[in-house]
Ligand binder design. Structure first.
Ligand SMILES: *Cc1c(COP(=O)(O)O)cnc(C)c1O
Length: 242
């Protein structure tokens, strides 16, 4: 596809997503400005990132360090914000701290330690960290996509808040495929909302609620999401892997 045709396609997709977000905000009695669209560009090329930046997107997300690092470096001239949303190994912490403004997938104490050490070592600005919540763990399922059980969120959040170089920003979830909330993203996001509220009673500044993807952004906005992470509805359906 030519660059021109791709740009037309991305613009049309973006407009549709924007309309969905606006409509969901209206339905929920929320301001459009209270919800940030984060476009998940995983598996898509850096050319798409540049086209989306031209179309006004500022917030981008990736779920693999190698791919994220390459795209962030290739777009360093654009002043974009990068959100890391994938499962993260501690040995990638230093790399991620080199380009990410947000890590949405903090789910264990060892990762907190590794990210903190990486930020302190680099001397960069504080890294915004969200605790990833695996709601399915509340009903005894393992999940497998990362995240901490709801009962352990407060403890991990306290570790983030106490870690040099890290800022506790809020919570993130992916609607579970198993457990009591399976097939009911609205209920899952309501549960996340309660967890986010508890977190704000510990630290009022931890107000980010990252929830909702292409298939369930409306439910997330109704439940108070401040950040929706949208991939396929903007870029197209990804090839099987990724
Ligand atoms: C891929 C991904 C998304 C975007 O998913 P879509 O269904 O393509 O919108 C959001 N969050 C995370 C953590 C992802 O890995």
């Amino acid at each position: 596809m030519s660059v021109e045709r791709r740009e037309v396609e991305l613009a049309a997709n973006l407009a549709r997503v924007e309309e969905r977000i606006t409509r969901a905000c209206d339905a929920a009695g929320r301001e459009r400005a209270d919800v940030t669209l984060v476009v998940v560009t995983k598996t898509y090329p850096v050319e798409d990132v540049r086209l989306l930046a031209e179309l006004g997107v500022r917030e981008f997300a990736e779920n693999r360090d190698q791919e994220a690092a390459a795209k962030a470096a290739a777009c360093a001239d654009l002043g974009l914000s990068w959100h890391f949303v994938g499962q993260l190994q501690t040995n990638k912490a230093r790399s991620v701290a080199g380009y990410a403004d947000y890590v949405h997938s903090v789910d264990r104490a060892r990762l907190v330690t590794a990210l903190s050490a990486a930020v302190v070592h680099s001397g960069r600005a504080p890294l915004n960290c969200l605790v990833q919540v695996a709601l399915e763990k509340e009903s005894g399922h393992e999940g497998g996509r990362g995240g901490v059980a709801p009962g352990h969120v407060a403890e991990l959040a306290a570790a983030v808040a106490a870690a040099p170089g890290l800022r506790l920003a809020g919570v993130m979830t992916v609607a579970p495929l198993v457990g009591v909330h399976a097939g009911n993203p609205g209920a899952a996001f309501e549960r996340l909302k309660e967890i986010a509220r508890n977190l704000r009673s510990i630290d009022p500044a931890a107000n980010m609620v990252s929830a909702g993807m292409s298939g369930d952004l409306e439910e997330a906005i109704v439940a108070g999401a401040t950040h929706v992470r949208v991939g396929s509805a903007v870029l197209g359906v990804r090839a099987a892997l990724g």
